[in-house]
Design a protein around this ligand. Structure first.
Ligand code: GLC
Ligand code: CA
Length: 507
């Protein structure tokens, strides 16, 4: 399981109201207790923070807000000592407008760095070169730079100019960045909007039916695949295991699947249709079937993600009840593939309610970025006024409180992770659906021999009889984990309660 940390919001070691690398380091012991295999750190590089670090001004240094290079070195060493791997967020599609490369690039059309970014003359009518839209707001993905009278491309904010990956110098420089971190001992990278790297050399308009949609959700070009194969060679050139997981933000699984190549592109890719699936058995069945059908069984290992720093937390999206958040934990950790867990899911956090005068993110994503409540003190581990308000229920929904209660959702996650580590079937085995009543999904995870596990999830708000079809499968099975903790250690149930999920194993 990979645990996503948004450093600004995780833990604050110097009490300035903003989380930092020292804070992450202090809490590694807790993550080891939980059973985390790897952490993915959202960006901590030098940045003017227009997009809270996804606008990088120096790829090879730490922003003073988060610490210094020594802190990341220490963090990597401490994590490794605890058996936790470290995955960094690598943002190769765009830099900050304050990156020295862009400062040089915009200085003149004759500058050697001009071609490192995408510059074009205005269209014949004097407007932007094409109809591409930026993310976050419905504005053109182009900004006119008065110094040279040309437009530059930015698929996100104007402060995030897109690099031109068709330029070998850009490729060389960015490979250097990747080596810088891999040589420092990081175990992998999460690659930001990786499907955006290759661009149409003609910069043709987006089709009329997609007018108004950001170009980032549409860009899916053959040019990206050779870029990925080169990156794969670089990463696999390290003898020990290193890994790339890509943010392929395409809401179509077969299109996303191409970014695994033939086992020679991304090692892993996020599966966004799962993040956007509703809490509904049929929706989930469809996403799981589509994923299984689209990914090569050998070359393309799936991933599952329910929440991240860009979307409302799934407890909110699924209607707000803790019982559903608990059942979702069994779902996420029971599926074949690598689960990604966004910090705070294990506490069953809801998004913070952010009053309009405290909204800071241009994309309006503040709610899910609320600080993690750590303890029962007044600020729950933060100054009384952290950079964003704390999430609701922090007096009871904080790490110390939930750790002291074995019936809590935090302990549920821990038990599930313990089970994953104890069973090869659950961690790596095949997956076959079982015949289940409507509103319930059930599947079996198995490897050669007798090692297998059964997962049953009731997506409905009613009690469901499991029925005779399942009897032969789950007879002589025990409840290893129940989402509500009820009946663990006892025989497999005949019914599932509303939003209840169980993990069963042979007795
Ligand atoms: C990715 C990140 C998001 C960021 C964007 C631009 O989608 O997850 O937070 O704003 O890329 O870098
Ligand atoms: Ca701090």
């Amino acid at each position: 399981m990979v645990y996503q940390i948004y450093p600004r919001s995780f833990a604050d070691s110097n009490h300035d109201g903003i989380g930092d690398l020292g804070g992450v380091r202090d809490r590694l012991g807790h993550l080891a207790w939980l059973g985390v295999d790897a952490i993915w750190l959202s960006p901590f590089y030098r940045s003017p923070m227009a997009d809270f670090g996804y606008d990088v001004a120096d790829y090879c240094d730490v922003d003073p807000l988060f610490g210094a290079l020594d802190d990341i070195d220490g963090l990597i060493a401490d994590a490794h000592a605890l058996g936790i791997r470290v995955v960094l967020d690598w943002v190769p599609n765009h830099t900050s407008e304050q990156h020295p490369w862009f400062v040089e690039s915009r200085s003149s059309t004759a500058d050697p760095k001009r071609e490192w970014y995408v510059w074009r003359d205005p269209s014949p009518s004097g407007g932007p070169p094409n109809n591409w839209r930026a993310a976050f707001s419905p504005v053109p993905a182009w900004t006119l730079d008065p110094t040279t009278g040309q437009y530059y491309l930015h698929c996100f904010l104007p402060q995030q100019p897109d690099l031109d990956w068709s330029n070998p110098r850009v490729v060389e420089a960015m490979h250097g960045v990747l080596r810088f971190w891999l040589d420092r001992g990081v175990d992998g990278v999460r690659i930001d909007v990786v499907h955006l790297l290759g661009k149409d050399p003609d910069l043709a308009d987006d089709p009329p039916e997609s007018i108004g949609l950001p170009h980032v959700g549409l860009n899916d070009r053959p040019e990206t695949h050779p870029i990925l194969r080169d990156l794969r060679r670089l990463v696999d050139g390290y003898e020990d295991d290193r890994m790339m997981v890509g943010e392929v933000y395409l809401l179509d699984v077969p299109r996303m699947a191409k970014y695994y190549g033939r086992g020679d592109e991304l090692h892993l890719s996020f599966n966004f249709p799962a993040l956007y699936a509703e809490w509904d058995a049929d929706c989930w069945r469809e996403v799981i079937d589509t994923t299984t059908g689209a990914l090569d069984p050998i070359d393309a290992w799936p991933t599952w993600v329910l929440s991240n720093h860009d979307n409302p937390r799934h407890r909110n999206r699924y209607g707000g009840s803790e019982s559903r958040a608990r059942a979702a934990a069994v779902l996420l950790l029971g599926l074949r593939g690598t689960p990604f867990l966004y910090a705070g899911e294990e506490l069953g956090l809801l998004d913070a309610e952010v009053p309009p005068d405290r909204v800071v993110d241009p994309g309006g994503r503040d709610g899910c970025r609320a600080p993690i409540p750590w303890d029962d003190s007044v600020g729950h581990g933060w100054t009384t006024d952290p950079w964003l308000p704390l999430p609701p229920e922090s007096t009871v929904r904080n790490v110390a409180h939930l750790r002291s209660n074995p019936a809590s959702i935090l302990h549920l996650y821990r038990r599930l992770l313990e089970q994953r580590h104890a069973s090869l079937a659950l961690e790596q085995g095949d997956q076959t659906f079982l015949a289940t009543p409507p509103g319930v999904l059930g599947w079996i995870r198995s490897t050669v021999g007798d090692d297998h596990r059964v997962i049953l999830v009731n997506f409905t708000a009613s009690i469901v009889e499991l029925g005779a079809d399942l009897d032969p499968v789950i007879a002589e099975h025990l409840v290893l984990v129940a989402s509500d903790g009820v009946g663990e250690g006892g025989p497999a149930p005949r019914t599932l309660g509303p939003d209840q999920a169980v993990l069963l194993g042979p007795s």
